[in-house]
Design a protein around this ligand. Structure first.
Ligand code: KG4
Ligand code: ZN
Length: 333
């Protein structure tokens, strides 16, 4: 039997998970409300909140999994990419925990873990599969050849898809994190109400900064004509923006599927919680005869279950690290 403790602290979620023989028995996530009033994550405050949350979060995961901490066989933690101050808390905690219990330490790449969240529950994708990983900091199309053998086929040249959602929300005076709110308003609006540009980027790369500027100019121009524009048209605006972000993402995914011939198609990361993206991907999958894999909501946004499951796979091949390990703000997939 193998019991893995997973720790995630790369951004503003402190999370601990227990994985027993590849099955997730607990996945506790402590969010940080402190950032809402600043309109974005404040790194120093995130780091402090992780320090406060980490021990209670781990205690709760251990209690929920109904195990004793002495039964844990290894600690897997997010080494990067992410905010350095936040990563330091999870890394230091994990190193101390491993040292105290004299158990192995496993480093996990956060972006790989988002993808490996697909191995938490059935149905699981077959290798090789394509994964569109869309989060607050990243937008990538990855060819996943095996658990830890991944090839980056395309990525954003500027903003991430999550940032495009969050920055749109900011322009529309919605609080942070705006992605889920844009999604909610979009469900009530007309996606064809406003015409927004689709950038012409070669290859499988993305760009979202032009879209952000187009939204800003559109809102400024409309507000001059009608000061109540935002309140009156927020649903249509959100629906139009969401529809454009989804089409940018899925057109590239379609291109990647065509170029590679791969028909196992997955999405991952916080933006994969978006209802428009989920629905459109299912439709596209039917049209192109893909097998489509969409994570459960709780495994889309940051969580330690994905760290624990990635850690379990590394535990099986004894891929451990020493106490000299340090977190990395940047880390390729
Ligand atoms: O993966 P994640 O939790 O954290 C990072 O590693 O960045 O992703 C967070 C991002 C945020 O930008 C958030 O606004 C976005 O995911 N997000 C959504 C939705 N839920 C979360 N974006 C659009 N629609 C959603 N329903
Ligand atoms: Zn993430």
């Amino acid at each position: 039997m193998a019991i893995i403790l997973g720790i995630e602290s790369s951004c503003d979620e402190t999370s601990a998970s227990i994985c027993i023989d590849g099955e997730i028995k607990a996945n506790i996530i402590a969010g940080q409300a402190v950032h809402a009033k600043y309109g974005g994550v404040v790194p120093e405050l995130a780091s402090r909140a992780h320090q406060q949350n980490i021990i209670p979060t781990v205690d709760q995961a251990i209690a929920e999994a109904k195990i004793h901490k002495n039964e844990i066989d290894a600690v897997a933690f997010t080494r990067g990419p992410g905010l350095l101050g936040s990563l330091l808390v999870g890394t230091s905690f994990s190193k101390s925990f491993a040292l105290a219990l004299d158990i192995p330490l496993i480093e996990v790449n956060h972006m790989q873990a988002h993808i490996l969240a697909h191995f938490i529950e059935d149905p699981k994708p077959q290798f090789p599969f394509l994964c569109l990983t869309v989060s607050g900091g990243h937008t990538q199309i990855v060819l996943v050849k095996n658990y830890f053998e991944m090839e980056l086929l395309g990525e954003t040249l500027d903003d991430a898809a999550g940032e495009a959602f969050d920055k749109t929300a900011k322009i529309l005076d919605l609080p942070y994190p705006g992605g889920p709110l844009v999604d909610k308003h979009a469900n009530l609006g007309n996606p064809d109400a406003f015409k927004l540009p689709e950038p012409q980027i070669p290859d499988l790369n993305f760009s979202f900064s032009g879209l952000k500027t187009a939204i800003l100019y559109l809102v400024q121009a409309e507000l001059k004509k009608n000061p109540n524009f935002l309140t009156e048209r927020i649903d249509d605006l959100c629906a139009s923006v969401q529809s454009r972000i989804v089409s940018i993402l899925l057109n590239k995914l379609k291109k990647a599927a065509k170029e590679t011939g791969v028909k196992e198609i997955a999405i991952a990361g916080g933006v994969s919680a978006n209802s428009g993206l989920r629905e459109s991907l299912i439709e596209m999958g039917k049209r192109y005869k893909w097998n489509v894999y969409i994570p459960k909501f709780e495994y889309c946004t940051d969580n330690a279950a994905m760290i624990a499951i990635a850690g379990y796979q590394k535990f099986l091949i004894k891929d451990f690290v020493g106490q000299d390990i340090a977190p990395l703000a940047r880390m390729p997939v």
